[in-house]
Write a protein that binds this ligand. Structure first.
Ligand code: GLO
Ligand code: MG
Length: 343
């Protein structure tokens, strides 16, 4: 498969059991080793990690054991010609994080969140990757009055600073999302993420991750969100997927809802030579209806959609596009794009 210099990743959570809030799992769990095999077989290059994907039961293992397991994981990846793209502290499942981690009203919960994140940084170092994703899952509220939003913003900043201070090699990417699991999250867009980073103690080490569906849930266009971060060299990772309107976070296969929206994401990434610096991460889930033995096709489809759209992007006649822009003939440009997508 010709990938034109692009590298691709997904996380173990992208091969999942199909549970939803209204029904239990419908597929058996897949062992990590089998997910790794699937990743390789599907033509991917890297694995994304939650801290406890790399070190299961993280809260109950000793520091030494944690480092040992992380090193073993690095070896396993290397043996398979793969690498870790990032490590993200999973701050949304533990009882201590019921009301948020960094922004919890409970000081013990905030301390837990910071300690847990430091462990994620240690794991990242052992995995040979210094990129930490902060998806701020429960850093928000169900009702506005539950937390002081100004104080919460300062607490987010303190957490970012504490991590930058803890590990001088660490680079942090903030993954915004406007809602789910919270009714409203404190860092809903790339603008918020970058503003927070710029206020941090070392802005050079804070960037952003755009997830297509999260932008759509915020009523924004993913390619514009990417472009805003690209303009400041702050787009350090992406989670490509798709989303059918304003409802629960669907994590549908990339390009499966709106091909033109997907085309524009590939276009801005390619026009800004993203392959040189970033990995094309996917954050997609198989439909609940998918039989177990067929439940990696969403990953195949997303990777292939990206590559097919890349062909379309690169086959557009740039001179013709420039002429149409100069003539302000956007109707013709519109048709050029639509007819290219129609093939
Ligand atoms: C959920 C997020 C989640 C994160 C992942 C990495 O909506 O997209 O999948 O990307 O946990 O932090
Ligand atoms: Mg994501």
């Amino acid at each position: 498969m010709e990938k034109n210099g692009y590298r691709f990743s997904f996380g173990p959570w992208n091969i999942h059991e199909g549970a939803d809030p209204f029904g239990p799992p419908v597929r058996p769990s897949v062992a990590f080793a089998d997910k790794l095999t699937a990743l390789k077989d599907l033509g991917f290059d890297a694995m994304q990690f939650h801290d406890d994907d790399a070190v299961p039961d993280l809260d109950s293992v000793s520091h030494g054991e944690m480092l040992r397991q992380a090193r073993a994981m690095r070896q396993l990846l290397a043996d398979n010609g793969l690498f870790a793209e990032f490590v993200a502290p999973r701050l949304w499942e533990h009882p201590m994080t019921i009301d948020g981690g960094y922004t919890s009203n409970n000081p013990a919960a905030r301390a837990y969140a910071i300690e847990r994140s430091k462990k994620a940084a240690d794991i990242g170092r052992e995995l040979g990757c210094n990129l930490m994703v902060l998806w701020l899952a429960r850093e928000g509220t169900y009702i506005r009055e539950a937390k002081d939003a100004v104080l919460a913003t300062h607490r987010l900043l303190e957490a970012v600073n504490a991590l930058l201070d803890y590990d001088p090699a660490l680079r942090i990417v903030i993954e915004p999302k406007p809602n789910e699991p919270m009714d409203l999250a404190y860092i809903p867009t790339i603008g918020h993420a970058l503003a927070l980073g710029m206020q941090s103690s070392d802005p050079v080490r804070v960037g952003a991750l755009v997830e297509s569906a999260h932008a759509i849930l915020a009523g924004l266009d993913p390619s514009d969100e990417m472009s805003f971060a690209l303009a400041f060299d702050k787009l350090w990772s992406v989670h490509l997927n798709d989303q059918n309107g304003l409802k629960f976070d669907q994590d549908k296969a990339f390009g499966s809802v709106d091909l033109r929206r997907a085309f524009n994401q590939v276009r801005v990434l390619d026009e800004n030579r993203f392959w040189e610096t970033g990995v094309i991460g996917l954050d997609v889930k198989a439909m609940r209806t998918q039989p177990a033995e067929l439940a990696t096709k969403h990953l195949r489809n997303s990777l292939h959609a990206f590559l097919r759209l890349l062909d379309v992007v690169r086959s557009l006649d740039r001179a013709q596009v420039d002429e149409l822009i100069a003539a302000r003939d956007y109707e013709e440009l519109d048709w050029l794009v639509v007819s290219s997508l129609l093939g």
